[in-house]
Design a protein around this ligand. Structure first.
Ligand code: CA
Length: 300
């Protein structure tokens, strides 16, 4: 099996004045991060985790290694927040998937209330359990899913990157078949669009990643667009996986991105663009992360 297409899209939504979400769409690594914090700290936090993951996008990551990547990102954000009073208390969710095309699996590491789904014909499976107050109440049998969606404290999350020196990371591995989709998304989608509607939109989009990503953003905004909404959609098809050579050995200054990203009105964040930014990141590591954060701050 191999990855057919992959797209990341993010949108401000209709009520927020900033977009604090970020994503990575850099096959075989895919991630969504949803930042929070005063001033622009939320954008910094989600950007830091996207950058940390983007540096390591090449190659396959098992559950242990993926969890270690997330813990490293946590330590970076925590250190950044400790060093910068304006960023104190910033945090971010992260849901990251590393696809093993030959094995037909995706290993997922997860903290917070962003989600990963497997979407098959007529069936949608949630691969992550939200680390949120309402999700804990649902698991304890004290709220129904329907009540959770409209609960006034539905946005309270119980586990986050960046606010503590160490973080517990959930991991899981899911099997995918050709024709199925992996969806990674922020709660700006799932608080606006229910699971059954996501499945319906996938069917209507004929499981085309670009069409589904645009449809999901559109549906979240049509439902009110209360929050930033970010989706990464990956399709799988029959065939041998392509040779994915480490970018640090092949990247040229203007090498085209290997990622079939379409802007489609969405705003790109994080390291999804690949190419020059990724190459520089691979070379300059932490220094470039710092520059990116600075650049984002100036650009906004
Ligand atoms: Ca959010």
């Amino acid at each position: 099996m191999r990855i057919g297409g992959a797209i990341g899209l993010t949108d401000m939504g209709r009520r927020r004045i900033r977009n604090e979400d970020a994503y990575v769409c850099d096959p075989p690594l895919f991630a969504v991060a949803d930042g929070m914090g005063g001033a622009r700290a939320g954008e910094v936090a989600s950007g830091l985790v996207a950058a940390a993951l983007g540096e390591r996008a090449e190659g396959l990551h098992g559950a242990t290694e993926l969890a270690e990547l997330v813990r490293d990102a946590n330590a970076r954000i925590f250190a950044h927040a400790a060093a910068d009073p304006s960023a104190a208390g910033m945090g971010t969710t992260v849901t990251v998937a590393s696809v093993d095309e030959a094995a037909g699996t995706a290993t997922i590491a997860h903290v917070g209330d962003s989600r990963a789904y497997r979407i098959a014909a007529g069936h949608l499976e949630r691969l992550t359990a939200d680390h949120s107050l309402v999700a804990e109440l649902v698991r304890a049998g004290r709220l129904t899913e329907d009540e959770a969606v409209i609960h006034p404290h539905r946005s309270v999350i119980t586990r986050v990157l960046g606010t503590e020196p160490v973080v517990e990371v959930d991991t899981t591995t899911a099997r995918f078949a050709p024709g199925e989709l992996l969806l990674v998304c922020s709660d700006g989608l799932t608080s606006m669009v229910r699971d059954d509607r996501i499945l319906k939109l996938a069917t209507e989009s004929e499981f085309n990643p670009d069409a589904l990503a645009a449809a999901l953003i559109g549906a979240a905004n049509a439902a009110g667009g209360d929050d930033n909404v970010t989706v990464v959609v990956v399709s799988f098809e029959e065939g041998d996986p392509p040779l994915r050579v480490r970018r640090s050995e092949t990247a040229a200054p203007d090498a085209p991105s290997a990622t079939p990203l379409a802007a489609a009105g969405g705003r790109r964040h994080g390291i999804g663009a690949g190419g020059r930014a990724s190459a520089l990141l691979a070379i300059a590591g932490v220094l470039v992360v710092a520059l990116l954060v600075l650049a984002w701050g100036i650009a906004r």
